[in-house]
Design a protein around this ligand. Structure first.
Ligand code: URA
Length: 436
């Protein structure tokens, strides 16, 4: 055992690292200390990186994960929506390509009488961020005070905004570190990262959309199920009614990937149209959120069909300074990729389309990079569709045409056109449901 490094520190970071390196459980006291000490700078980044890698390699049991989550919640403030006149429900997606579901979902659930406090993030890498998408609407702003958020939840019923710096600050620091040390893909760290923010946010009910496939963190169903079960247990133990759906991210969601392009598609859904997969998942998640908040008597499909969800969207966008009627930005340049042959599209890889959209300018490589509102990819067909050689398959959008080459390189092998009569071999859109 080495000596504690800080004069008043009860533990030594090296001992905590060595415990996990040796496949031992961390004690409650070690976990509380290491999270607190890292947040205040008494544990160095390189020490936390080593611990994160030891956790990735050797895992944590359910009690350790619960304690780690509680310690991250305790690193910051907890919000409280108990003064609202309606119940609250939130949705969290583990992230995917073309995943714009939050945009139609939040106003839809609000229109059904349940308030949606959706604290969202910006995109990093090939998955888009909800705030980046909404920021393509002229005037819309993501930063609200806690008071503004509460007022909007009472008046409109839905708010999508940036999480304040006071919410789980330990996670902010740790997530940035994991991002650059190859330690994002650890189930205990993903589960505690997501759930610490959602529990601190104070929602009464939570529906998790755990994505599976090339465009998701979790590439196979068993890993996704383990992540979902871990998060459902964490939420339930913290008093939040939590369920999870495992959903397909082998293929992008909908027909667009890119900020303004996805807003346009979301508005089509609110207007009663839109791609069938986006509509199906939006309604399925809305049903789960309403049921978890005690309102299984309401059918969200009605609120989508009769325009109440669209009214709630307009109110939500206006309340945050946006003009819901304003024209969305259009890219300066487009490039069309044509189907190389007649046949059936059997594969359209989510990761490759996401990387192409990112390279066109829709996403960022570092968190301080700007994004292009109009950049992205429009898909003209989804797996199962019959295509004709020479017809448009994908259209690439960007303001900076020098990006086309790298985006096209990302699309190498992204799609397969098989002889007529072939069928795609894909997981269903909704693969499974995990409840406590
Ligand atoms: N999203 C998060 O908030 N945290 C993770 O660790 C992964 C995805």
């Amino acid at each position: 055992m080495s000596e504690p490094s800080g004069r008043n520190e009860p533990f030594d970071a090296v001992d905590v690292i060595v415990t996990k390196r040796g496949k031992q459980r961390l004690s409650d006291e070690q976990i509380d200390w290491v999270i607190d000490a890292y947040t205040r700078g008494a544990v160095a980044d390189e020490q936390m990186s080593a611990l994160a890698m030891a956790i990735l390699l050797n895992g944590m049991d359910r009690e350790e994960i619960a304690r780690w989550t509680a310690a991250m919640i305790a690193s910051g403030e907890r919000m409280d929506f108990s003064s609202l006149s309606r119940p609250t429900a939130d949705k969290h997606s583990t992230g995917g390509v073309g995943d714009k579901i939050t945009l139609p979902l939040a106003p839809l659930v609000a229109a059904c009488g349940v308030a949606v406090p959706q604290l969202s993030g910006r995109g990093l890498g090939h998955t888009g961020g909800t705030l980046d998408k909404l920021e393509s609407i002229p005037g819309w702003r993501a930063d609200l005070s806690n008071e503004d958020m509460l007022r909007q939840l009472e008046d409109v019923g839905a708010v999508i905004c940036a999480a304040g710096s006071g919410l789980a600050p330990a996670d902010k620091k740790l997530y940035a570190l994991r991002d650059v040390t190859g330690t994002v893909e650890a189930i205990p760290l993903i589960a505690s990262s997501i759930m610490s923010k959602k529990i601190a946010e104070g929602t009464g009910a939570l529906v998790l959309d755990v994505k599976v496939g090339s465009g998701a963190f979790m590439k196979d169903v068993d890993d996704a199920r383990e992540l979902a079960e871990t998060m459902v247990a964490l939420g339930t133990d913290a008093g939040v009614t939590t369920v999870a759906l495992l959903t397909n991210m082998q293929v992008p969601l909908g027909l667009t990937a890119g900020n303004a392009l996805e807003v346009r598609e979301s508005v089509e859904v609110l207007d009663g149209g839109g791609p069938p997969d986006v509509v199906e998942l939006t309604v399925a998640l809305a049903r789960e959120m309403l049921a978890a908040a005690g309102r299984e008597d309401v059918d969200p499909a009605d609120a989508l069909a009769d325009g109440r969800a669209m009214d709630a969207w307009r109110a939500m966008i206006s309340a945050q300074g946006g003009d819901p009627g304003a024209a969305l930005p259009e890219a300066k340049e487009t490039h069309t990729v044509e189907a190389p042959a007649d046949g059936v599209l059997t594969q359209l890889d989510a990761l490759k389309v996401g990387v192409a959209a990112w390279r066109l300018g829709a996403g960022r490589a570092r968190k301080e990079d700007p994004v292009q509102a109009a950049a992205g990819v429009v898909m003209h067909a989804k797996p199962g569709a019959t295509v004709r050689g020479g017809e448009p398959l994908l259209t690439l959008h960007t303001d900076t045409p020098e990006r086309f080459d790298r985006a096209l390189a990302a699309l190498d092998g992204a799609y397969t056109i098989a002889p007529e009569g072939s069928r795609p071999d894909l997981l269903p859109l909704i693969i499974d449901r995990i409840a406590p």
